[in-house]
Design a protein around this ligand. Structure first.
Ligand code: PLP
Length: 388
């Protein structure tokens, strides 16, 4: 039996999402933009999904745009804020040193186009300081983009305080909430965001679908040109089965969120404390076990000195355990994780990254097997090679 502890990379499809998708494929095959009955039925299903998603986020349905996932949502939001900024002569963008590639590579591209990108540092445990953001905002700041929850270390940033700050300073505020939605309470009003990116496959929905919240009042500026779908904000026939599956998955995730969080948190504590007791020179990244610092309940990030995290992932895989050395997008990279370096770790420590991301399908038995398997594998990887 596979022990899957890589839910931050992707999650198994929830049966409720699968059923909703099959229903949509069978019954709502019309084009939501068509005028005839098949089209109208698809349109109604689409708009019902939009209203349900909006209510889960505290948004108005008109503020929800369906996309192909987190990457597209992040790109669209950042490009839109940059274009609005440029129109007003503002070319400064503030972001953090721990963003996902979907944000980081987008702002890097904007730097090549003449934008001034500033990467805010984080504390040694992975938190952004609201005061530092306040000091860094300038009259020409077009956008502040801070990830809601880290895909690598699980820290949850002080969204409501950042949102209030950005609003008070009239700066657009975007958050990559791909790892947060479905796992922790997210509310676009409370959090004061102008843009919020989410992705279905991180909470038991299908891959290749997501959404972007765009606050009402911001202009229509599509990145993709074509038809008038999504109220002109995103051209292209909507992927209705995927959208319906996403919303079914999110409803279920939100309904069981507190109960799931309590279970995942106790496993996270057990893994962190158990491994700290059995593996020398191991660091828990982000919030320590039993800490009140806001964090994803199911994500445990470790740095294990003297090993290559990817080698450990291969060894775990050989024993039927699916984990990750860090972000799935950076797997195979010869460079140490920039996120772990941003915490002040040495490249040596950062190379020894191990991310265990838990989910609803895990069991007490999985945790016990991980606790038994990891220490001898680490000891073996640390043993110097003997040349005959
Ligand atoms: N942002 C974060 C924080 C993520 O973890 C991911 C997932 O890989 C993405 C963005 C990209 O989302 P998607 O895979 O839907 O494009």
């Amino acid at each position: 039996m596979l022990i899957y502890v890589d839910h931050a990379a992707t999650t198994p499809l929830r049966p409720c999402a699968q059923e909703a998708m099959l229903h949509a494929i069978r019954h709502w095959w019309g084009n939501p933009s068509s005028l005839h009955r098949a089209g109208r039925e698809a349109h109604e299903a689409l708009e019902s999904a939009r209203a349900r998603l909006a209510s889960l986020l505290g948004a108005h349905p008109r503020e929800v745009v369906f996309t192909s996932g987190g990457t597209e949502s992040d790109n669209t939001a950042i490009r839109m804020a940059a274009a609005l900024g440029a129109l007003a002569g503002k070319r400064h963008i503030l972001t953090t040193a721990i963003e996902h590639h979907a944000v980081r590579h987008t702002v890097e591209a904007l730097a090549e186009e003449g934008f001034d990108i500033e990467y805010l540092p984080v504390s040694a445990d992975g938190y952004v300081s609201v005061d530092r953001v306040a000091e860094a905002i300038r009259p020409d700041t077009a956008l502040v983009s801070v990830m809601y929850a880290s895909n690598e270390i699980g820290t949850i940033q002080p969204m409501a305080a950042l949102g209030a700050l950005c609003r008070a300073r009239s700066v657009l505020f975007h958050t990559d909430a791909v790892q947060a939605v479905g796992h922790t309470s997210v509310d676009v009003q409370r959090d004061g965001v102008d843009f919020l990116a989410l992705s279905a496959h991180k909470f038991g929905g299908p891959r290749g679908v997501g959404a972007l919240y765009i606050r009402a009042g911001l202009p229509v500026m599509p990145r993709m040109r074509g038809g008038a779908q999504e109220a002109g904000r995103r051209a292209g026939t909507e992927n209705l089965p995927a959208i319906v599956g996403m919303v079914a998955a999110l409803e279920e995730a939100v309904a069981s969120m507190d109960e799931t969080a309590a279970r995942l948190e106790s496993w996270r504590n057990a893994l962190a404390e158990g491994l700290r007791a059995t593996v020398p020179q191991i660091t828990v990244n982000g919030a320590p076990p039993r800490s009140a610092a806001p964090h994803l309940p199911g994500l445990l990030s470790l740095s294990i000195e003297g090993i290559d995290g990817e080698a450990l992932v291969y060894r775990l895989d050989a024993e039927g355990m699916a984990a990750s050395a860090g972000s799935a997008c950076a797997a195979g990279s010869p460079d140490p994780s920039p996120v772990l370096l941003a915490l002040g770790q040495t490249p040596q420590q950062a190379f020894g990254g191990l991310r265990l991301s838990l989910g609803e399908g895990n069991t007490d038995e999985d945790i016990a097997r991980l606790l038994a398997a990891i220490p001898p594998l680490v000891a073996d990887l640390r043993r110097p090679l003997v040349h005959m």
